[in-house]
Design a binder for this molecule. Structure first.
Ligand code: SAM
Length: 326
């Protein structure tokens, strides 16, 4: 196992067999996490990048089997922020010192590309990068958003197991998701993808394929995390035990893609005490504090117990592990 970790650290290449060996192993987690931490330090440094996350709508046309804001969930108060509200939240984030704003929403087609372009142009009057995470759109729509000034886009593939993807995403098409990711790359977005870990029926083999997919896509960012069951979804009864496996997927991804940005995701902190810090010490270099207003934050309940962040505490926590805010 040490040989595989060493090879990954030096060449940033592993075969599928080697990845599955690492994922299956339980004895060398410490060595794996330490190696990923070293590679993170060597390639992207000790600074942690903060991204201000604005969750601007929880109204969704999709029905992903794991997601609490899926269209079929009737026990949820839905909301949509106006353009003015989104711009205000973004401007406040910029005033607080954030250099990137992430506009995330459910798949809500109320926001046309032109409407989003107006919001983007307005926010871009500030010196700030904009990341979008709004789901699947056409090439033309992605183009309008890019031309309006959007810099980056996050769209997780969720799983590369086509059969599993089909089961968990009714009326969605795996090939279309791939098309979206290719379009985003083609249009020059810094493109982020990622997967969920702990899906029912997900195998080690398919997680290895996920990692190889990230590399093949040449993604610029990878966001991944454990699945957390939500009581209003078909996956309500599954076990939320994907933390350590997701940390391993994160660490291996860092070894194979040394230059990318990887968040310590909120799901990791929610499912495991100190999960965010553990992720930051196993390859992650980004944290995304939620700057959505208090009234709406709790309504964006993709899973229960979503942990939010206290900025001052965050700085202290980072300091303790020898890291600073970028
Ligand atoms: N609608 C956009 C999209 O599809 O990319 C962005 C919003 S979506 C809610 C953001 C991410 O939340 C998804 O990519 C999914 O991986 C994650 N997510 C949804 N439900 C989850 C759950 N129960 N546990 C952990 N992560 C979840």
């Amino acid at each position: 196992m040490n040989e595989i970790i060493k090879k990954a650290s030096l060449t940033h290449e592993l075969s599928k067999h080697e990845i599955t060996e690492l994922l299956k192993d339980q004895q060398y987690n410490k060595e794996l996490f330490e190696a990923a931490d070293r590679i993170r330090q060597k390639y992207v440094g000790d600074k942690i990048h903060l991204r201000a996350l604005i969750e601007f709508s929880n109204i969704c046309r999709q029905n992903c089997f794991y997601c609490g804001i899926r269209a079929a969930n009737k026990n949820i108060e839905r909301y949509r922020l106006s353009s003015e509200e989104i711009i205000l939240l973004a401007n406040n984030a910029v005033k607080s010192g954030y250099k990137t704003v992430v506009l995330q929403s459910a798949e809500d087609t109320y926001y046309t590309a032109d409407m989003l372009a107006g919001i983007i142009q307005n926010i871009k009057k500030n010196d700030v990068a904009i990341t979008l995470s709004i789901g699947e759109r056409s090439y033309e729509e992605y183009k309008i958003l890019k031309e309006a000034g959007a810099d980056r886009f996050l769209l997780r593939i969720e799983t590369t197991d086509k059969e599993l993807y089909k089961k968990l995403h009714p009326n969605m098409d795996f090939e279309n998701r791939i098309r979206c990711l290719r379009d985003l790359k083609k249009l020059g977005y810094e493109t982020g993808t990622g997967c969920l870990v702990g899906l029912p029926g997900q195998t080690i083999d398919s997680l290895a394929n996920d990692i190889l997919f990230f590399k093949k896509l040449d993604a610029d960012m990878i966001g991944l995390g454990p699945l957390i069951p939500h009581k209003e979804t078909p996956l309500k009864d599954i076990k939320a035990d994907g933390f350590w496996l997701s940390l391993k997927v994160l660490a291996i991804t860092r070894l194979l893609m040394p230059n990318i940005n990887m968040p310590a995701t909120t799901a990791m902190e929610t499912i495991q005490p100190q999960g965010r810090i553990l992720a930051l010490q196993a390859g992650a270099n980004v944290v995304m504090p939620n700057v959505t207003d208090e009234l709406h934050k709790n309504k964006y309940e993709i899973y229960p117990g979503k942990k939010s962040l206290n900025y001052t505490k965050l700085e202290e926590q980072f300091k303790k592990i020898g890291r600073t805010i970028a």
